[in-house]
Design a protein around this ligand. Structure first.
Ligand code: MLT
Length: 393
């Protein structure tokens, strides 16, 4: 028996597990500490009432012989696929029913999609980057190269035609920096991918937070994207599904590749995945109803208010920051020249606030730090106050 030696090349633990571990150690030593968590992007508001009602109804259906359901259909239930198809139509994007695949969230599909690609491909990611893109490829032994996202390019690197890449990951609005590509900028990536015969894996998990009309909600709003983009989205941040688990992946039939990627993904999913539970797919369907949309938008507005609170708190401290406008993430420059982990430790021990060290997202994250707006108003205001006292009090 031989093990996959590539696992020796990934960091011992996943970034958010490492943070949870450090927090546990701190709390064990300081049980009295009143900790405010702004590290992992996990939501705090409960599911919208329309979603909960749909779950109840679906649970009742599962308890009656006439309405009970067993295995899920192919790529998802038609009611949810059609709801997503209509949602995309709202962006002017016309998807085919068979291009939409229901998943248990973007993270798993972003890793699983790699089954479709040979190990001998060069993967291009931006740095800083959501660690899943890098780790899943390193686990499979692929070569990963980086495009620098820095203050100089507003954390939005554009393609360099002299760099050869086969698989390109883009996340916009970006995790961790909160920066978001405009349609015109994304078009440059689409043109580059087509010229390289590459595929773009586009993570749109934060699209519901977009406020800028120039920023597309879907990559398919950009001309030519259906030739080269696979899009991943999740209801985790959009509708508070972090613990409920539902998302969707779009694999266009028009993708230009050596083989039929849409057909391969259907084959892969029907072989290795048994679908998302009926009750959860009904809950997800409710997100796309007019009432569901109204309710989730209220929750998103609540988090956007938190982002404003955090930003004004950082202004008061004189700390430079990015993101926050089209994103639940605020990406700040660590004050007083502190390193990311140094600031993490100081913030934890002096203010009892947990954030995410930018360095955990890559070398360009050194000296930066990520805070989320997913807490409550009260805790966000309290955290801002504590940060101010710690630095300027
Ligand atoms: C994050 O905090 O970066 C995200 O919540 C992680 C995730 O969505 O898996």
């Amino acid at each position: 028996m031989k093990i996959n030696q590539n696992y020796a090349n990934v960091k011992k633990s996943y970034l958010f597990i490492e943070i949870a571990h450090r927090l546990r150690e701190y709390v064990a030593a300081h049980p009295e500490a009143d900790i405010i968590k702004m590290g992992i992007g996990d939501v705090t508001l409960p599911l919208a009432p329309a979603v909960v009602e749909a779950m109840h109804r679906a649970a009742d259906e599962m308890g009656r012989i006439e309405t009970f359901r067993g295995y899920v259909d192919d790529n998802g239930y038609d009611f949810l696929i059609n709801a997503i198809k209509n949602y995309y139509a709202g962006f002017g994007v016309d998807l085919d029913y068979w291009e939409i695949f229901i998943s248990d969230g973007a993270k798993s599909d972003l890793g699983n999609i790699l089954d479709l690609f040979d190990a001998d491909n060069t993967v291009l990611v931006t740095d800083p980057v959501y660690p899943v893109y890098v780790d899943t490829n390193v686990m499979a032994g692929r070569r990963v190269i980086f495009a620098d996202a820095t203050e100089e390019n507003n954390f939005l690197p554009l393609p360099d035609p002299s760099v050869k890449a086969d698989i390109i990951y883009l996340c916009s609005p970006n995790n961790p920096t909160g920066a978001a590509y405009t349609r015109a900028q994304l078009k440059q990536w689409v043109d580059y991918a087509k010229a390289q015969n590459a595929v773009i894996l586009f993570d749109s998990a934060y699209e519901a937070f977009i406020t800028d009309p120039d920023v597309p909600h879907s990559a398919y709003e950009v001309e030519g994207a259906c030739d080269c983009v696979i899009e991943f989205c999740s209801l985790s941040k959009t509708a508070g599904f972090t613990g409920t688990r539902c998302g969707y992946t779009v694999v266009p039939k028009t993708l230009k590749a050596e083989g039929d990627l849409n057909g391969m993904w259907l084959r892969r999913q029907t072989t290795k995945f048994n679908g998302v539970a009926y009750v959860i797919q009904r809950a997800a369907e409710a997100v796309f109803t007019p009432e569901g949309q109204r309710q989730i938008k209220e929750n998103i507005a609540y988090y956007q208010e938190n982002a404003k609170l955090l930003m004004s708190g950082l202004d008061r401290c004189g700390i430079k920051y990015f993101g926050g406008k089209n994103s639940p993430y605020i990406w700040l420059k660590c004050p007083d020249g502190l390193g990311s982990w140094e600031f993490f430790d100081r913030l934890l021990s002096e203010a009892n606030v947990v954030g995410t060290p930018g360095e955990g997202f890559g070398k360009n994250g050194r000296g930066y730090f990520r805070l989320t707006s997913f807490s409550t108003h009260e805790k966000t205001a309290e955290a801002s106050e504590r940060i101010y006292k710690m630095l300027r009090g």
